[in-house]
Design a protein around this ligand. Structure first.
Ligand SMILES: O[C@H]1[C@H](O)[C@@H](O)[C@H](O)[C@@H](O)[C@H]1O
Ligand SMILES: [Fe+2]
Ligand SMILES: [Fe+2]
Length: 334
């Protein structure tokens, strides 16, 4: 029997490809290997691994491809980046996060289509990013184009196109860039040494809190990353918007929500939080990451030439079933 479609197919010429690559509905053997490695890593770090899982994990460490070192060189980064993280690491507290989430829920800041959002975002220069000299629109299109070039599914191309649109927060009610951009990390438990510039957390009031400063803090091991409060910013904001207003599948939502959570998806910190679902979501987030990072050096995309292609993808991803409005025309609530 054919697998069920990921989401209802809107009435457009070519439906979204339901094959999820690396995350297949009908998983390939590579997908299964990848998930097994991540599952083994989780169990090793949680101290519950069998001997077989320990062996799988060790082998994977040995096989791991060398990092592409020209990106994310924070030690050599300019003062702009260092100052950004010092401020962010001092100000992202549990109290602030509760307030930001509350504020988000009860407000619509603007009504805009995706393309209007892309154009509006373009004036932002991201203070946390040591790598890109491109504008935001160019970065979004570059990521999407790299995903498309590799023949990945249409919904993943959409993720490439929109994944940083949450940075629009900066133009609404952000307090600066520190609550919009940069890598994310959990609040409510101890800050891990694997976060970049870990020394800068010492002036965060939560570092002296008797509960928040403990390893597990307000969480329990295996609670699942969906139940953890990550520092507030563009990932979390856009995730909620897409969860409520798009037809994107679960893996797409995870890519959006966790793409900046490098301490987890790259450094393998906080594995104690993971549950079974997170193993699959981690595979998805890792499948997306190279397109976010390593496409930053590709050639500059021609925006107006590419627009018609992506508008068709948006028609599906944001098709408004209730009112029969094409995704490209839909005024989303931001
Ligand atoms: O500086 C970058 C940038 O802000 C990205 O949009 C974010 O996803 C990364 O995690 C961060 O390191
Ligand atoms: Fe981002
Ligand atoms: Fe990005």
């Amino acid at each position: 029997m054919a697998p069920a479609p990921i989401f209802e197919q809107p009435n457009v010429a070519e439906p979204f490809n339901t094959h999820r690559d690396g995350l297949a509905l009908e998983a390939t053997s590579d997908d299964i290997d990848q998930v097994n490695v991540l599952k083994a890593a989780m169990r090793v770090k949680q101290g519950t691994a069998t001997q077989e899982e320990k062996d799988i994990y060790e082998k994977s460490q040995f096989d791991a491809e060398k990092d592409k070192t020209q990106f994310r060189q924070y030690e050599d980064a300019c003062d702009r980046v260092k100052n950004f993280y010092r401020e962010q690491h001092e100000k992202q507290t549990v109290a602030y996060n509760l307030k930001a989430r509350n504020n988000f829920r009860f407000k619509t800041r603007a009504e805009m289509t995706i393309w209007e959002a892309i154009e509006k975002l373009n004036t932002l220069i991201d203070e946390s990013d040591p790598d890109t000299s491109l504008s935001q629109i160019e970065h979004l299109l570059q990521s999407a184009e790299a995903i498309r070039r590799d023949g990945k599914p249409r919904w993943m191309q959409v993720v490439g196109l929109i994944h940083d649109l949450g940075k629009l927060l900066f133009f609404f009610d952000a307090q600066g860039q520190w609550d919009v951009v940069g890598d994310t990390f959990p609040v409510g438990c101890a800050f891990d040494e694997k976060i970049i510039y870990p020394g800068t957390f010492k002036n965060n009031p939560d570092s002296n809190d008797p509960i928040y400063s403990t390893k597990y803090g307000i969480y329990t091991p295996g609670c699942g990353i969906d139940n953890v409060m990550l520092s507030w910013g563009h990932d979390e904001y856009l995730y909620h918007l897409c969860k409520d207003q798009s037809n994107l599948p679960e893996e797409a939502l995870a890519m959006i929500r966790y793409h900046s959570f490098y301490p987890w998806h790259k450094e393998e910190a906080y594995f104690w939080m993971m549950n079974e679902k997170d193993v699959k979501m981690l595979a998805a987030v890792r499948a997306f990451n190279p397109y976010d990072l390593y496409s930053k050096s590709d050639e500059v995309p021609k925006v107006e030439e590419l627009r018609p292609y992506y508008e068709e993808l948006l028609d599906e991803a944001f098709f408004d079933h209730e009112n029969g409005i094409r995704g490209r025309d839909r005024k989303l609530r931001w």
